[in-house]
Design a protein around this ligand. Structure first.
Ligand code: FES
Length: 323
């Protein structure tokens, strides 16, 4: 039996930079079954209400990645998102173009910034010139080696993670979650011969700008889990290049602080994160902060339950005892 239709209200972002000064939202109400994909609804609007509505799509099966857009403020694939749960949660469906990329028209964005950042990580195998690939022969990997890619081969480059990422929006130096997940894939590929170089170069190139908010992992329609691979890259980068960057020193100092007292010692954290020259630059800001919040100058007392924190650290890294 066919599912009963329900009234669904859509507010769709409209903007044509060649003639509009500001964007507007057009409202459409359709009767549709709750399992209808948002993409199907948009195509119906285009066919029956407004043929000028501009959007990008191809496979309609969550494979090509081209229909990514904001659906009720979340970066999603329109062909994979059903209208029923959206109406139940929000009462309507607001559809907008992805963030951090200029709008070409309506729901279509110019993905050049996304692909430019992706190219910066050099997403191709780098072989050793002294050991060229044997012509006409395969360079196979074992199933165990393929397992090391984790979920990264699932990526369809839809850009949902890029659109969801606040670090992308804040800083052009950040390569973005998809680029870093792809970098991870090359770093763990046993055929790639530039592992250390990739890890050392990515640190000043923005690895540490990741805010650890996990919004990329939440947005990814293929469960690639970019934030987890960024975490892995950070660990591997420290192993390859040591504590050479403010970001790596900050992460290390944060862990040490919590392990000692269960709470941050902010003065120590700043001292450990920045080198002496950078620390001098932050003295005026530190004085202002200390005037407002003098307790930051004191060494914090260990929290109640610090022994449990220490036990967790010990369980995670038994060899750290006595270091
Ligand atoms: S149309 Fe291909 S992923 Fe949605």
């Amino acid at each position: 039996m066919a599912a009963a239709s329900m009234p669904a209200k859509f507010e769709v972002y409209r903007f044509d930079p060649s003639k509009d000064q500001v964007p507007r939202y057009d409202t459409f109400t359709l009767d549709l079954p709750p399992h209808t994909p948002v993409l199907t609804a948009l195509l119906k609007i285009r066919t029956e209400n407004d043929p000028s509505l501009t959007l990008r799509y191809s496979c309609r099966s969550a494979i090509c990645g081209s229909c990514a857009m904001l659906i009720n403020s979340k970066s999603r694939l329109a062909c994979q998102t059903q209208i029923g749960p959206e109406i139940a949660a929000h009462g309507k469906i607001v559809i907008e173009p992805m963030r951090s990329q200029p709008v070409v028209r309506d729901l279509v964005v110019d993905q050049k910034p996304f692909w430019d950042r992706y190219r910066r990580i050099e997403p191709h195998l780098k072989l050793d010139a002294r050991e060229p690939m044997p012509v006409g022969k395969e360079n196979p990997m074992t199933p165990e080696q393929v397992e090391r890619f984790k979920e990264t081969p699932r990526c369809i480059a839809c850009g949902a993670c890029y659109s969801a990422c606040p670090a992308v929006e804040a800083d052009p130096a950040f390569p973005g979650p998809m680029a870093l997940a792809k970098l991870y894939r090359f770093v763990v590929d046993p055929r790639d011969k530039a592992q250390k170089d990739r890890l050392v170069r990515i640190q000043p190139d923005g690895l540490w700008l990741c805010l650890r908010c996990h919004l990329c992992t939440e947005a990814c329609p293929k469960d690639v889990r970019p934030s987890e691979r960024i975490r892995d890259l950070k660990e591997m980068a420290i192993a390859a290049g040591g504590l050479s960057e403010n970001g790596s020193r900050h992460a290390h100092a944060f862990k040490e602080n919590i392990g000692e007292a269960g709470v941050l010692n902010e003065m120590k954290l700043v001292r450990q994160t920045y080198g002496p020259m950078d620390l001098l630059k932050s003295v005026p800001q530190g004085i202002k902060l200390a005037r407002k919040k003098p307790e930051i100058l004191k060494r914090p007392h260990p929290i109640e339950g610090i022994d449990e924190v220490k036990a967790i650290y010990k369980a995670l890294d038994p060899e750290a005892e006595g270091k």
